[in-house]
Every structure is written in structure tokens, then in C-alpha cells.
Design a protein around this ligand. Structure first.
Ligand code: NDP
Length: 488
């Protein structure tokens, strides 16, 4: 394992006094590695190297840049098991989910390798004869990428790949909780032949290295994924100095189950959405708004499902749900479980998992009788906790669903196309599902939210390219110098 930062094509050990302990959340006595923490001073060096690299990389033809991404795709495909194991051990999600995340990132790499052959502008008619008007896309320069711990492979990949293929160079700060997976990604790009300085990685703390990236005058754009509180501060700081910014933030996603819903399908979707990845997904299902005629039946089935989930270390093939990522999140989730017990009905779970004291394990928890005033209904818990509320009809379900300040994903279960289409129109989120779980995203589809979940452009798809480029409008007059008539 590489245990440093990566600058100008070489692994580098910052000489700061602080170190970052990479712990196994399934067994906190196991220190996987120690990383010396980079500091704000390292950001200056990283930016200088990235600026120098930009001069060359931005002039490499885009299909040639794409080939580097393609080689990274092939290398990653050859080491799926090793990548998944590292991810599982430092983040905690079970091995099957870790593998799924690696495969998702590989799809994103594939997609952006293809985009290198299609970095297209637009050709549009001019108002005047003998004038040709079109647009081209140009890279921005050095871009800053700041990422969270919960998808430590997929999220860095979906920022780095479009940034690079569009011709930018990157200063990347992964979450300090998951530096191993981030280093694995950088190593893959290094082996794929990415020139030095194009991808600078600094393993350090958010308030130090992260903030220095956000504030650096030579960083043209900042792409941030993380909590709403940090993200909104990042957005305003970077925007104030004129940088382009996109932030993908927290979520509080609802599944609506109408009276005609396929109950088994709802149970499957909610089990996956609420407890998959230990509830630590921005798209996790944290609310079920069920029609009053089926709320009892659904609650019973979900409680039974939660009780049957085998909790344990992600590396154990028998485990169906792994630990919470670290001590801070563990305390925060346990705090919310206490809040839920005060304000709603605890149906199952509600505390630490018995017999697993060596790690940050909590029980999958279901609260019933939740009302829209409750904190567990409104606030992102980011753990395996589901709040169930009863609703009379679609209108009330929409009112409840839209009440929260977040707007990432939502889903409806119904056989009625009219109801489904009214939901698609009325729900205030960036990603809408019909008869599908709230989770998931695909490389070719825009990913992101509205309200306090997202500010700035969407990620993945061509939106990722649009964020990391500027569009330049070109007017070419080939009338041999004849004056153009601007007085129409
Ligand atoms: P945080 O906001 O705590 O951290 C995100 C990143 O920001 C980390 O790298 C962190 O560094 C860094 N950071 C912290 N403070 C600053 C600062 N002042 N300036 C710049 N960077 C800073 O989020 P989490 O890592 O806890 O991630 C969980 C959150 O991410 C959840 O709210 C989840 O919903 C959201 N998320 C949203 C997604 C979306 O697409 N909408 C997708 C995935 C997650 P450090 O680790 O050192 O603190």
C-alpha cells in the first residue's frame, strides 16, 4: 500500500506533524496504515505542478487523452478483487457492495474514455451570409476535487475522468478516512501513463488541505461532494473568488408506496435502499411514505427483514450489513437513534449491535408512526435507519416527501401510470424512480439533486464534461473582408 500523497508523478511523504490513522471500522484495533497528513503548504506545490502539466496536457488531442483513461479502465478491470478488498476494509461496506462500487467506477471510466472522441461543440446558423458560427469546448485549467468517504472509488473516478479527458489537470483531496482506495486509483492512472502533474493527490484534513484547495486563486473550478453544511460553505467561498463550483450534498430520500403497490417489490427496494451500504449512501431510502391501507403490512415485513439481516465485518461472506465508517459517524447515528426513540415508535433495532463491540456496528432500525415534524423525518442520519409514515393519498405523500430541505432521489411504487406521472412532475428531487429503489446512478445519466442537495452542474454524463469545460463561441467571416450588417 502507498501511504503518502502523490505529487508531480512521484509518491511523496509530507513532513507535517499530523498523521492520519486508517482504521478498519469492523475492528478498530486494526490500523491498516498511517498516512502523514499533507498541509495547506503542499497545496501550493500541487497547484504549481498541475499548472505546468496543464500546458502540455491541454494540447494533447482529446482522443489521445481518452486512451489514457481507457488504459486505466483495463488496469482497473484486471484488479477488481484487490480494489474491492481495500475498499471493504477501510470503508466497511460488505465485499459484494464494494465490488459493485468498483464495477460502477469502471463503467464511468469506460464512458469517459468514449467521450474523449466526442468533445463536441455546436454548429449554429449566423444571421449574416458568409459567416460561420460554432462553438468549441476548452478545458478550464487546474481543477480542485474534494470527495467524501462513502463511495471512495466511484466518486473520485467520476470527477477525475471527465476533468482529465477534457484536458484539465487535477488537485484531488480524498476523504482522510479512505486514503487507501484513493491511492489505488492514483496508482492506476500512473500505470496507465498519465503524465506527471496531471493528477496531484493530497491526503490531508478538510479544514486544512480542503480549504486551501477551495481558496486557491489558481484553481479554476471546484467539484465537491460531501455534507450540506460543508458544501454550502465551500460553494460560497469558491464562488466569491470567481471559481466555477459544483457541490453534491446530503439527501433524505423517500419511497412512496400507494395502495396498489406490489408489496414484495417495495420491501425489496426499501431493504436495499435503507440498509444497503449500512445506510451510508446519499441516495439511501430513509423514509417510507406508505398508504394507510398497506402501512401495517409493509412495516411488519420490513421489521422481519431488518431482524433477519446478518450484521458483521464486510470481509465475512456471511455478512449482509457492515459497520458504520468511523467513531464520529457511529456516535452521530447512535444519537439519532435516541432521538427517534423519543419522538416515534421503535419497531426494531435502535442501538449498538450486540456481540460486535470490536467495530462500529449498529442495528438496522425501523421507526413507525413517524410524523413530518420529527427530526428523524427531516434530517439526514446517514446510517441504517428507516422512518415510516402513513399517508392518505398521493397528494399527501408528495406534500410530506417535498417537506424536507433536501432533493436528491425519490421513488414511487404503483401500477397506475397516471399517479406515477403526477409523482414524476410533482416531486422535488434531481433523480426520480418509478417502481425502482431510490439508489443507483449510471455513467451516461446526469447524477445530482436540487434544493440543499445540489448547487451547480450535475455530475456524470455529458454534464460532467460541460462542468469541466468552457464553451467558446466562434464567428468566422469568410466574405473577404466585407462588413457585416449588425443592424437587423
Ligand atoms: P464532509 O462534508 O464531512 O466531507 C467531504 C469532504 O470535504 C472530505 O474530503 C472532507 O475532508 C472535506 N472537507 C471538510 N471540511 C472542509 C472544508 N472546510 N473545506 C474543504 N473541504 C472540506 O462529508 P462526508 O465525508 O462525511 O460525506 C458524507 C456526506 O456526503 C453525506 O452528507 C452524503 O449525503 C454526502 N454525499 C452526497 C452525494 C451526492 O452526490 N449528493 C454522494 C455521496 C455523499 P475530511 O474527510 O478531512 O473532513
Amino acid at each position: 500500500m502507498k501511504t503518502g500523497s502523490y505529487l508531480d508523478g512521484a509518491w511523496y511523504h509530507p513532513t507535517s506533524e499530523r498523521t492520519i490513522k486508517n482504521l478498519d471500522p469492523a475492528d478498530t484495533s486494526e490500523v491498516l496504515a498511517e498516512f502523514p497528513a499533507a498541509t495547506a503548504a503542499d497545496v501550493d506545490r500541487a497547484v504549481a505542478g498541475a499548472q505546468a502539466a496543464f500546458e502540455t496536457w491541454s494540447k494533447v488531442p482529446a482522443p489521445e487523452r481518452a486512451r489514457v483513461i481507457w488504459r486505466a479502465t483495463e488496469i482497473a478491470r484486471g484488479r477488481v478483487d484487490a480494489l474491492a478488498e481495500a475498499l471493504c476494509r477501510e470503508e466497511g461496506k460488505i465485499l459484494r457492495e464494494a465490488r459493485g462500487e468498483i464495477m460502477k467506477g469502471i463503467s464511468v471510466l469506460e464512458y469517459y474514455a468514449g467521450e474523449g472522441f466526442r468533445l463536441q461543440g455546436r454548429t449554429l446558423p449566423a444571421e449574416t451570409a458568409d459567416v460561420f458560427t460554432y462553438t468549441i469546448r476548452r478545458p478550464l485549467g487546474v481543477v480542485g476535487l474534494v470527495t467524501p468517504w462513502n463511495f471512495p472509488w466511484a466518486i473520485p473516478v467520476w470527477k477525475v475522468a471527465p476533468a482529465l479527458v477534457a484536458g484539465n489537470t487535477c488537485v484531488f483531496k480524498p476523504s482522510e478516512i479512505t486514503p487507501w482506495t484513493a491511492s489505488n486509483m492514483v496508482e492506476i492512472f500512473e500505470e496507465a501513463g498519465l503524465p506527471k502533474g496531471c493528477l496531484q493527490m493530497l491526503v490531508g484534513y478538510g479544514e486544512d488541505v480542503g480549504q486551501a484547495i477551495v481558496d486557491h486563486p489558481a484553481i479554476a473550478a471546484v467539484s465537491f461532494t460531501g455534507s450540506t453544511e460543508t458544501g454550502l460553505a465551500v460553494y460560497s467561498r469558491a464562488a466569491r473568488r470567481g471559481a466555477k463550483v459544483t457541490c453534491e450534498l446530503g439527501g433524505k430520500n423517500a419511497v412512496i408506496a400507494l395502495a396498489d403497490a406490489d408489496v414484495d417489490a417495495v420491501v425489496g427496494a426499501v431493504m436495499n435502499g435503507a440498509f444497503g451500504s449500512t445506510g451510508q449512501r446519499c441516495t439511501a431510502t430513509s423514509r417510507l411514505l406508505a398508504h394507510e391501507s398497506i402501512v401495517g403490512q409493509l412495516t411488519e415485513a420490513l421489521v422481519e427483514g431488518a431482524k433477519g439481516l446478518k450484521i458483521g465485518p464486510g470481509m465475512d461472506p456471511a455478512s449482509a450489513m457492515g459497520p458504520i465508517v468511523d467513531a464520529q459517524q457511529f456516535e452521530s447515528v447512535l444519537g439519532y437513534l435516541e432521538v427517534g426513540k423519543q419522538e416515534a415508535t421503535l419497531c426494531t433495532g435502535g442501538g449498538k449491535a450486540a456481540g460486535l463491540e470490536q467495530g462500529y456496528f449498529v442495528e438496522p432500525t425501523v421507526f413507525g408512526g413517524v410524523s413530518p415534524d420529527h427530526r428523524v423525518f427531516n434530517e439526514e442520519i446517514f446510517g441504517p435507519a428507516l422512518s415510516i409514515a402513513s399517508v392518505k393519498d398521493l397528494d399527501q405523500a408528495l406534500e410530506y416527501a417535498n417537506k424536507v430541505e433536501y432533493g436528491l432521489a425519490a421513488s414511487i411504487y404503483t401500477q397506475d401510470v397516471g399517479q406515477a406521472m403526477r409523482f414524476v412532475e410533482g416531486i422535488e428531487v434531481g433523480m426520480v424512480h418509478v417502481n425502482e429503489p431510490t439508489v443507483g446512478g449510471e455513467a451516461q445519466l446526469p447524477f445530482g439533486g436540487i434544493k440543499k442537495t445540489g448547487v451547480g452542474d450535475r455530475e456524470m454524463s455529458t454534464d460532467g464534461i460541460n462542468f469541466f469545460t468552457e464553451e467558446k463561441t466562434v464567428f468566422v467571416n469568410y466574405a473577404g473582408g466585407a462588413a457585416r450588417n449588425f443592424n437587423r
